[in-house]
Design a protein around this ligand. Structure first.
Ligand code: ATP
Ligand code: MG
Length: 397
């Protein structure tokens, strides 16, 4: 039993002592049984939210209208959700109505896949109403109930199925897969942010090539931003044995295969509602991918991209290419400076020495010195930098 469960046991016990049922549910049960690390412990209970709140001193109403109360315990927050059924699925999205119920069975029935519909009691006993344990053993993702109905209720489940197939290295059961093919178009009803999260999780899963293959085979990719006409490039990617570990790597590899300019990257990623910081990093990493594969990397390119993006580019290329690109990591480490602040002279010093007056010229000089030091044409020491400044000014005149 993982420590996360042990630490949460007093919460289960407290709820049960008050006469209600309480179980660990969802991803944490699945991952524990699969011997995978767990990240959040979800608890389901027959107690209504108001009843849960009466039992604990410190609670937060994180999602009380959906039945979720967060219990704060020694610095950890535990989400406790009342057993519920869902109804009123409009527009193929999440339900707008939830109904609280007292039966675990009803709660497990609304869950997406059999391996996600397991509950574990305080004593470690598993409730398995839909064959989740057998599916886990056979490495199968299977919808709970009728796949057509379930994907009609919430189209995001199609993305989740493929995401789990990738993360767990599981197969999608035949009828569930047919259901995805049949309903792929419904993905367009889903908020891009939710599709985004699942797509990145899928692409960073351990069997992501299979995941991407499934997205093409089911036509789901046709209903994601900017991928509609990209079948042949995706197909080549699937053959490439890529392994990715973060979001910047995911988008950079796509941009590389799509041969995108910075402008195109920006447009593509905005359509996915990607954070601006990620977009900046993807542009820098992708540029390195093009330069590294063309053997056209200058020190300035490495410097501008920064350590994290150099690491990303090297990591990507090392997985898709038989050659090693790790030498670029050493090149980066050997840069004379990695930040403008490391210049051995400041604007203030140049003014004090009477070489320059405060003016726009000063910024230009410092940019010039930065580039010259990175390219190793000027040494990074005070006298060399002053000499370089003087000749730069004279040349400019
Ligand atoms: P992760 O490891 O990514 O957290 P997870 O299975 O825990 O995976 P969550 O989104 O945290 O995924 O959801 C917790 C549980 O809630 C799931 O295991 C599943 O039982 C249920 N669930 C989540 N999303 C859906 C959905 N769209 N439809 C039905 N059940 C869902
Ligand atoms: Mg979870």
């Amino acid at each position: 039993v993982p420590t996360e469960f042990k630490e949460a046991l007093p919460i289960l016990q407290r709820i049960e002592k008050a006469g209600y049922e309480a179980y660990f549910v969802g991803g944490s049960v699945r991952d524990t049984l699969l011997n995978r690390p767990i990240h959040d412990v979800d608890i389901a209970t027959s107690a209504y939210p108001s009843e849960v709140k009466e039992l604990f001193k410190r609670t937060v109403d994180t999602g009380i209208e959906h039945g979720t109360v967060m219990i704060l315990d020694h610095g950890t927050g535990y989400e406790v959700t009342t057993f519920r059924t869902e109804s009123g699925y409009q527009d193929y999205r999440r339900p707008d109505k939830v109904k609280f119920v007292r039966s675990l069975k009803e709660d497990l029935k609304r869950r997406d896949f059999t391996i996600n519909a397991l509950a574990m009691s305080e004593s470690g006993q598993i409730t398995d109403l839909f064959g989740g344990l057998a599916d886990m053993k056979a490495k199968i993702i299977r919808a709970v109930g009728d796949p057509d109905e379930r994907f009609n209720e919430d189209a995001l489940r199609m993305m989740r199925a493929i995401r789990f197939a990738s993360q767990l290295d599981f197969q999608i059961e035949a009828k569930t897969l047919v259901g995805i093919k049949r309903h792929s178009q419904l993905l367009e009803k889903i908020a891009v942010e939710r599709t985004h999260t699942e797509f990145v999780k899928m692409m960073t899963g351990r069997d992501a090539e299979n995941g991407l293959d499934l997205m093409v085979a089911t036509d789901l990719y046709q209903h994601m931003p900017g991928l509609t006409s990209r079948q042949s490039q995706l197909q080549r990617m699937i053959q490439s044995h890529f392994k990715l570990i973060n979001e910047v790597q995911v988008w950079s590899l796509l941009a590389f295969y799509f041969n995108f300019s910075s402008q195109e990257i920006s447009q593509f990623l905005k359509s996915w509602k990607t954070a601006n910081k990620i977009i900046d990093d993807v542009i820098l990493t992708t540029e390195l991918l093009f330069r590294m594969t063309a053997d056209q990397v200058a020190n300035w390119d490495l410097y501008r991209a920064g350590r994290q993006n150099v690491t990303n580019a090297v990591a990507i290329l090392n997985t898709i290419s038989p050659a090693s690109f790790s030498a670029y990591l050493t090149d980066y480490q050997k840069l004379p400076i990695t930040d403008k602040k490391q210049l051995k002279i400041t604007g203030g010093q140049l003014i004090k020495a009477g070489i320059l007056k405060p003016s726009p010229e000063l910024g230009k000089v410092l940019n010039y010195l930065e580039k010259a030091v990175v390219q190793a044409t000027v040494r990074n020491d005070e006298q060399a930098l002053i000499n370089a400044t003087t000749s730069f000014i004279n040349e400019d005149d």
